[in-house]
Design a protein around this ligand. Sequence first.
Ligand SMILES: C=C(O[C@@H]1C=C(C(=O)O)C=C[C@H]1O)C(=O)O
Length: 247
Amino acid sequence: MKKIRISAVSYTNTKPFLYGLQHSDIINDIDLSLDIPSDCAQKLIDDEADIGLIPVAATLSLPQWEIVSAYCIGAFGAVNSVFIFSNCAIEDVKTIQLDPQSRTSNNLARVLLKNFWQVQPELVKDAPDYAISTNPTTAFVQIGDRTFGRKDDYPFSYDLSAEWLKFTGLPFVFAAWIANKPIPADFITAFNNALRLGLAHRKELLNELPKRADFDLEDYLMHKLDFDLTEDKKKALYLFLDYIKAL
Ligand SMILES: C=C(O[C@@H]1C=C(C(=O)O)C=C[C@H]1O)C(=O)O
């Protein structure tokens, strides 16, 4: 049988899923690559992968897509790894640098800026001084492990999942397991069993990960991240896509 090509996120948030895949027989039936989120999305768009843990905002660039898992990268309130870091209050920001590795959170920032904070800073992609600008009215979006332990390094840090909860009262879905073509049902069942196994073994996984003094990995993987793709999260996902379309 031809192996199913899977692109998963190369950040710590995905390690429970990887643990499950690597401890299940399904590992022999897949061709697994680890990519930054923007590349997971591009691989699904270019048909270089069959299933990806892709930023949900990228579904808007797929002619055909289907959610193939009951699990996701989500959060109810603060997630602690998706921020706007800023030298000034959001109302005073003039320029926001977008994160080149992100698709969802860049769009989440845009949705919140327009509809929640109601401000219109200039948005910059691929800024040459990304994340190091000293301009007092420049802020930047940043996701993933690069944000670990950085929250208190800036005068203002906005956790975008916490801000989305304030705005909508809903949880948020950053990335979901999405296929760009029909996938056999028995594969989907085995795939979800493997992901569930990984989530159930997060304590064992935590014992294998190097401890960090500046970031609570246990709180992150056990509590801040919320991996179940519940009905409320699906509602949030479709609401978010509608907000992006209206930008
Ligand atoms: C919570 C996170 O979710 C992520 C955010 C993504 C995005 O902004 O496009 C995509 C995948 C997830 O890894 C994170 O990376 O910190």
